[in-house]
Write a protein that binds this ligand. Structure first.
Ligand SMILES: NC(=O)c1ccc[n+]([C@@H]2O[C@H](COP(=O)([O-])OP(=O)(O)OC[C@H]3O[C@@H](n4cnc5c(N)ncnc54)[C@H](OP(=O)(O)O)[C@@H]3O)[C@@H](O)[C@H]2O)c1
Length: 263
């Protein structure tokens, strides 16, 4: 086990990628504090699964966009588990809509949760890590923060901000033996993506064809990269973003050109 005796705080851990990350960290021997803003019952169920693995688990409800609530959350985790070795900033939401029409409220909320929230959580947990001269912070960004996806101006800007925040905090806190890195997932088969596929909002075949790996990603594949960044094996990696997208962002070709490859 790579994370024996470590304490992790995972934001947005009640479902999807955050749930998979929390379970993967626990399987590697970490005790886990699970954050969510409203879905406490679902988070409690994840906590039960972690306890069955023999690790300690607690649920800490807080809106990551609320600085006072975040400070309180970190206090509670430190009071209960003694410290925070690993922070995973995973909480996120979807903000989709034509940029010409996107309401101020939705723009502000998206940036508050997905960028400012990452800063608040990193700041509060970072202070604890600086005292102990040790820590790992892993931010869940997105390929939307690397390349342009129309009608996702808020989401993409927040995620691009997270990638830059990762570089800045990584360079600022490396001297305290704190590694700050990020993961940029591509299309991952979460409940939401599965629902959108079923509704016909996404075409799975089309997404798979656009992906060199030929399929969508699994939550566990994002969790695997998170465990690596949370482990000692990542100790010389600072301020980087690992892209977990089956090659989506590396691919710049057109499917139809393959048929003309003899020209
Ligand atoms: N799914 C993908 O294909 C994909 C691709 C690239 C990046 N990502 C990123 O990966 C992360 C997880 O995505 P997901 O698809 O697993 O999301 P999800 O299924 O929608 O889950 C989001 C989680 O974040 C929590 N959350 C939302 N707002 C919060 C807030 N203000 N404070 C605290 N917790 C909050 C939710 O709990 P509550 O309901 O209780 O608030 C839930 O636990 C996100 O940052 C997302 O942007 C996802």
């Amino acid at each position: 086990m790579r994370l024996t005796d470590k304490v992790a705080l995972v934001t947005g851990a009640s479902r999807g990628i955050g749930q998979a990350i929390a379970l993967a960290l626990a399987r590697e021997g970490a005790d886990v504090a699970l954050n969510c803003s409203t879905s406490v019952k679902a988070a409690e169920e994840v906590a039960q699964e972690i306890k069955k693995l023999g690790q300690r688990a607690m649920v800490v409800q807080a809106d990551v966009a609320d600085k006072a609530a975040v400070d309180e959350m970190v206090k509670k985790v430190v009071a209960e588990f003694g410290r925070i070795d690993i922070l995973v900033n995973n909480a996120g939401m979807s903000v989709v809509g034509a940029s010409s029409e996107l309401e101020e409220e939705r723009w502000r909320r998206g940036i508050d949760v997905m960028l400012t929230g990452v800063f608040f959580c990193s700041q509060a947990a970072g202070k604890e890590m600086i005292k102990r001269r040790s820590g790992k912070i892993i931010n869940i960004a997105s390929v939307n923060g690397i390349g342009a996806f129309p009608e996702r101006a808020c989401y993409g800007s927040a995620k691009a901000g997270v990638i830059q925040l990762t570089r800045t905090l990584g360079c600022e806190w490396a001297k305290y033996n704190i590694n700050v890195n990020a993961i940029a997932p591509g299309y991952i088969k979460t409940r939401l993506v599965t629902y959108l596929l079923a509704k016909g909002a996404y075409d799975e075949k089309e997404l798979a064809n656009r992906t060199p790996a030929g399929r969508l990603g699994e939550c566990e594949e994002v969790a695997d990269a998170t465990v690596f960044l949370a482990s000692e094996e990542s100790k010389y990696i600072v301020g980087q973003t690992i892209v977990v997208d089956g090659g989506w962002s590396a691919y710049m070709y057109l499917e139809s050109w393959l048929e003309k490859s003899d020209l």
